[in-house]
Design a protein around this ligand. Structure first.
Ligand code: SF4
Ligand code: SF4
Length: 462
């Protein structure tokens, strides 16, 4: 055995740290994660300032929970005082083929119920969490430590930690953008009680192609810092249908269609209803136009070979497992990660407006859309119906004037007004208005009874 006497304690520590990074990333890759980075469990000043401004300017809208737990979001150690490192893992959900063309086609089809791309598969919270737990179990055994996993379920700023870990940078659209995966990344975080050397923002080791750590450290990528790569591009800011970016790197959630169609619980404010178009769950626009997505598609091609290699490794592991473990390993296998539901990408407004609660739950089982509940789902469909210019949807909207939920009734009325005009609203008022006790719905009746169809140039703001 020989000893390297030329090695200083600093370089030995540095090599050890790099080996650990490589080992963590290799394990992440073996579990189907596309990227991995390590950050200290605290937010840098810039990230803190952004979150403070978001709340101070009231841009979180009705997400009171965001403001209430801001302190924890600013300091992950307030979530778990033992935390000494944050390991950020991402799964690439870049759609196959030309995502931008598909996005444009789906928005142009007014009878289609447009669901945001990330929601077209199994509920990513479940998929990512399952993987994170497997990763955390391995981590705890391998490094004799403790760990906790987070996937958009606790007040933790996954995006900021990912940027600090060098996984990408925060783009002008306020989303994490990766040089190799574009904007379509689903993130999860493992907080661990053991300290790992943070990956520098200028260098994240390439994910190793084997589940065992390489014998020598990978050579650093000759890349500049993973920040400020938006340059002069403004595509995301310009495409936003509701002008939800008051300035680059800042989002006013109150104007964002993702927030309005998912988080917001009341009626969608009138000024944004036309802009909703046919979006019934979320909005892809400021992600779909990002030029960095094209590198994600290139990465996908490269990854196909790698996936085969990993599937082979998993198959070998499965063969060695007990019968009970077989079931679990199969459940965890790569195929689960990005399984998409083609039927969710082709749903029609007419068909989904007919769904009863039980049918809605069955159709959207194991997806994030199910979290909306039938009332908010109908609200969104009715706004989309109002924008469809398809008079055959009028009877369906009229049926929902009697819905038990006031938000649905108000949204149905707006759809009736858009599809059938003021005259039809006035005819129906005699039947429904007297018994209406909900102030919001009564206001909607008053508004729709008073206004005639607007000229096209006025429609944009109604
Ligand atoms: S998700 Fe849509 S509405 Fe929200 S900021 Fe992006 S483009 Fe604008
Ligand atoms: S669209 Fe342009 S400005 Fe927006 S995040 Fe992507 S690169 Fe940055």
């Amino acid at each position: 055995m020989t000893t390297d006497t030329t090695q200083t304690p600093e370089t030995a520590a540095s090599k050890q740290a790099t080996r650990e990074e490589a080992a963590l990333c290799a394990r992440a890759r073996a579990l189907g994660f596309s990227c991995c980075g390590i950050s200290a469990p605290r937010l840098e000043e810039m990230a803190q300032a952004r979150l403070h401004a978001f709340v101070a300017e009231g841009q979180h809208g009705t997400m009171a929970w965001f403001a209430r737990r801001l302190e924890e979001r600013l300091d992950p150690k307030k979530l778990w005082s033992e935390a000494r490192s944050a390991i950020v893992l991402g799964i690439d959900c870049t759609p196959e083929g030309d995502a931008r063309k598909a996005w444009q086609r789906r928005l142009a089809d007014k009878g289609l119920a447009h669901v945001a791309t990330y929601a077209l598969g199994e509920d990513y919270h479940e998929v990512v969490k399952k993987r994170l737990k497997t990763f955390a179990r391995w981590l705890c055994i391998e490094y004799d430590t403790q760990a906790k996993v987070f996937v958009d379920t606790a007040p933790l700023s996954e995006k900021s930690l990912a940027a600090q870990a060098g996984v990408g940078w925060i783009g002008k659209n306020t989303q994490l953008v990766s040089r190799t995966h574009g904007c379509w990344l689903l993130l999860g975080v493992v907080l661990t009680a053991r300290m790992f050397q943070p990956t520098s923002p200028s260098y994240v080791p390439p994910l190793a192609r084997s589940s065992s750590p390489p014998s020598s450290p990978p050579s650093p990528l000759p890349s500049p810092r993973e920040v400020g790569r938006c340059g002069s591009c403004r595509r995301c800011l310009e495409v936003c249908p509701t002008k939800a970016f008051p300035r680059p790197y800042a989002l006013d959630a109150r104007r964002c269609l993702s927030y309005l169609t998912i988080e917001h619980r009341g009626v969608i404010p009138r000024e944004f209803r036309v802009a909703v178009g046919n979006r019934v769950f979320g909005c892809d626009d400021c992600l779909a136009v990002c030029p960095w997505n094209k590198f994600a598609r290139a990465a996908q091609e490269l990854e196909k070979d790698l996936e085969k290699e990993i599937e082979k490794e998993i198959e070998e592991e499965i063969e060695e497992a007990t019968q009970e473990e077989v079931g679990k390993a199969e459940e965890d296998s790569m195929a689960v990660v990005l399984r998409s539901r083609a039927d969710l990408g082709t749903g029609r407004i007419a068909a989904w407006l007919r769904l009863e609660d039980g049918e809605f739950r069955r159709l959207f089982r194991k997806t994030v859309v199910k979290r909306l509940g039938i009332a908010r789902f109908r609200r969104n469909l009715l706004v989309a119906a109002g924008n469809s210019e398809d008079a055959t949807l009028l009877p369906l909207a009229e049926e929902l004037l009697a819905d038990e939920d006031g938000v649905v009734r108000a949204s149905a009325l707006w759809a009736v007004w858009r599809l059938g005009g003021r005259a039809r609203v006035r005819e129906l008022a005699a039947e429904y208005l007297d018994g209406e006790e909900d102030e919001t719905v009564r206001e909607e009746w008053a508004w729709c009874c008073e206004r005639d169809f607007l000229a096209p140039q006025e429609k944009a703001t109604c």
